[in-house]
Design a protein around this ligand. Sequence first.
Ligand code: PEP
Ligand code: MG
Length: 890
Amino acid sequence: MGSTADKLVFSFDEGGRDMADLLGGKGAGVAEMTRIGLPVPPGFTITTEACRRFLASGGRVPTGLWDQVEAALLKLERATGKRFGDPANPLLVSVRSGARFSMPGMMDTLLNLGINDEVAEGMARLSGSRRFALDLHRRFIQLYGKIVCGIDGDTFEAVLTAARRAAGVSHEHDLDESALAEVVESFKRIYRSATGQPLPADPRAQLRSAILAVFSSWNNDRARTYRRLERIPDHLGTACNVQMMVFGNLGEGSGTGVLFTRNPIDGSPELFGDYLAGSQGEDVVAGSRATLPLSALRAEAPALYEQLAASARLLERHYADLQDIEFTVERGSLYILQTRSAKRTGEAAVRVAVDLAEEGLIARPVAVSRVEPRQIEQLIHPRVAADVDAEPIGKGVPASPGAASGQAVFDADTAESWAREGRAVILVRIETSPDDVHGMIAARGVVTATGGTASHAALVARGLGRPCIVGATELEVNLSARRLTAGGVTVEEGDEITIDGTNGAVYLGRLPTVEPVPSEHLQTLLRWADELSRLEVWANADYPRDAARARQNGARGIGLCRTEHMFMEADRLPVVRAMIMADTSEARAAELAKLLPIQRGDFAGIFEIMDGLPVVVRLIDPPLHEFLPDHDGLIEELATLRASGGDPARMAEIERVLGRLEELRESNPMLGLRGVRLSILNPEITRMQVRAIMEAACDLAGRGIDVRPKIMIPLVGDLAELRAVRAELEPVAEAVQAEKGIRVPYHFGTMIELPRAALTAGDIARAAEFFSFGTNDLTQTTFGISRDDAERHFIVQYLERGILARNPFETIDPGGVGRLMRIAVEEGRQTRPDLELGICGEHGGDPESIGFCHRLGLDYVSCSPYRVPVARLAAAQAAMGGAAGASTTR
Ligand code: PEP
Ligand code: MG
C-alpha cells in the first residue's frame, strides 16, 4: 500500500468520529461505535476521496482501489470467520452510500451482496431454512437490479404482487418456499432481459459494480436536487460502506428496528421507536406490516430491551445529543448498524436541549445553539390539532404562522361588523391593501389568492400576529358572488373554514386547534439565551394587548408603536376623517380635541404595561388619503344614488369627500406627502400626538409608574426636517410637563428609512437621540422597488431565476441596504457616541438579519410580539457567532 494519502479504504476499527470528511457521516459513525465497543457488524469504508477521484476522472477506477478493497475484504473474512462466495460458510455484505452530510434519497441500501445460487444453497443449509435463503436471494436481485443496473423497481414489484395474489397472502413475508423460488427465477429473467446478461454470480464482480454505482449515485437527480435545497457543496463526494450482513429475517428471535434515544416529537426522555420481527432492511419503515412499539418490546423481550436501552444511553452520552439508531437482532444477538443525530420537532428540540444541559451532558450555550430559531415558531402559535384527520381543500404560501377557524367573509367591513357581533371570521380576499386593515384586525385569520410572503397581507398579518396564507392560487375567489371554490368544494360567505398559516392549508369547517402555552423548557432556554445576548429584543406594538403579549414573551421595550393604526379603529375613523375634511383650522382643532383623549388612553395603556421599559411612539406616517374612503367605491355609490334619486345630503357629502380626495391625490403616495413631511405641513396633528404622549406619561409618572417615552419622527431625509419638527414639538412636550408639574425623561429620535438619511446620518444625529432603522422603507427606497408591486408581479421570478438570492424584504440585503445601515451607524455614532440604535422594520424578526444587526453593533431589534421568542434565540446565537447547530438540520 502507498502513502497515507493514498489510503482509500479504512476498516471500521481504523476510523472515528472526527473523520467524517473522509469516511462520510455514516462511516465515521460506525467506526466510532466500533471504537467504543458497541456490537457493530464489522466492515470497511471506501473514502470520499476515492469517489472524488472516480468522478473527476470521468469514471476511471482510482489506482490501487481494488487491491485495497481486496485487502479489507480479507481482513473482514478473518474477523468474521466467513468467506466471500464460499457456500460452506458464506459472508454476505451490505453496501451503502454515506456522504459527509446525511442525504436521504441519494441511494438505497444494497443488501445480501455476495449471494448466488450456490451460496443460497449454503445459506439454506446453515440456517436450516431454505425459505430464508430464497428471501435473501430475491431481495438481492431486486435491489441489485434496481440500484446498480437501473431496472425499473415496478417490474419486480409486479412479480411480487402477482405471487402474493396467487398465494392469497397480503405480504411477501407470508409467501412459502415454492412461491419464493418462483419469484427468484422470475427476477433472474427480468434481470437478463433488461441487461442482456445473466446476473453476475461472482461476488467480487457484484461488489465492484456496487461500489461504482454508489460513487455514480452522487450525481443522480435526487442527490443533486437534495444538495441544492440543503446547500451541500457538490464537490464533497460520497463514501461507500461495506458491512457484514446480519439477519433480522432469520426466523424467531430476529428482527430489525429503529430507535430514538428520546421522543423526537415531544422530547420526553423515553426510548421511542419500532421493531419488526422477521424483517430486513427498510421493512420496518415501509409501513406495510404492523410494527411493535418499543414500549411493547419491553414486555415481550425484556433482556433485549435492556440491552437496547443500555446502547441508547451510551450513544446519547457519547454524542451528547438525541440519536436515531438502526439495529438488527439476529437470533437474539443485538447489532447496532447506524447512529445519527435525530431529526426532531421544535418542541422536542427545545426540550431535549434543555434536558441534556440539565443532565450535565452539554453546556447551556450549546443547548441554546442546538435549537434553530425557526423551530420555535412552531411553538408559539395555535396549530390544527395533530390528531385531526382532514384533507385541505386548497393550499397556499404559509405567510404568518398559527391556525384559526371562522366564517369566511369577503370584505373588510363585513369582517369588522361580524366580529363586533362576536363572530369569528376569516377574511378572504384576492389581495389586501391598507383599506382592508380594519378587517384584518377584526379577523382571526387572512387568506389571499395572490401575493407572496412579503405582500401587504403577509406583512400586516405577521405584524398583527394573525395566521395568514397568501398566494393560494388553488382557491378561486369570487368577491362579487362572495364565495370561493377549491378542491371541488364551494364555500359561501358565512361558511366556516379553518386555515393553518404554518403549513398553508385551508380546510372546510371548524377544526380543533390547540393554543400553545410557552413551555417551562422554552422559558428556560430563552432565559439562558438572554444571558448570552448583547442585542436586546423589543417589540412592535400598537395596542395595549400587543404590548402585554410582547412583555409576556420577554420583550425589553417597544421599538415601534405605529400611531396611525389607532386612527384606523372603527370608533376613531369618523373623527379622523372629519379632521382631514375640516375646512377651517378651528374645525380641525375641534376634531383633534376629540382624538386627544382617545390617543392619551391608548398610550397610557401601553406605558402602564411597559412600566420600567422604553416605548418608542412613532408620529403619524401614512398619507392622509389612506384614512378616507376608497375613491372608486364613492364614485359607484354616487352613481347609484343619482340613478335612484337618493338622499341629496349624502350625495353632497360624497362629492365633498371626492373633492378632498382629488386634492390629496398623488402619483406616488409612497414617495409623497407622508412621514415627517406631513408633520411639517400639518403640525397640529403631531402636536396633538405629542401632547397625548406626554399627558399620558405625566399622569402615569404621577402614579409612580416608570414611563420612558421616546418620540420618533418617520421618513426624515435631511437634518433640517428634523430640526423643524423638533422646534414645533418640543415646546409642546415641555408645556405639558409644566402644566402637570412633573417631569418625565423623554427622547426625540428618528427613523432611518431613506438612503439620504443613512448617508447624512452624521448630521441627522445632531438632532436625534436615537435612530431606528425602518428597513421596510429603506429596502424599498434603496432598490427603488415598491414592496407590494414587487410581491405581486416580479419578485418571485427574480428569486426563481436567481437574479436575487434572497427576498430583500425578508432578509436584509447586506451589500446595499446593509451598507447604508453601516454608514449610518458609524457616522451617527461619530456625532453622538451614545446614540441609541435599533431596527423596527420586518427584518427585526428575521434570524439572519438579527445576526447582521448584531454584527453592526445595534442596541436592539424590534419585531412582532409573537416573534420575540424567535428573536431572543437568534440574538443569543448571533452573540455566539453563528447559526443553529448543524445537528438538528442535517
Ligand atoms: C419601515 O419602513 O421599516 C417601518 C417600520 O415603517 P412602516 O413599515 O410603517 O413604513
Ligand atoms: Mg416606514
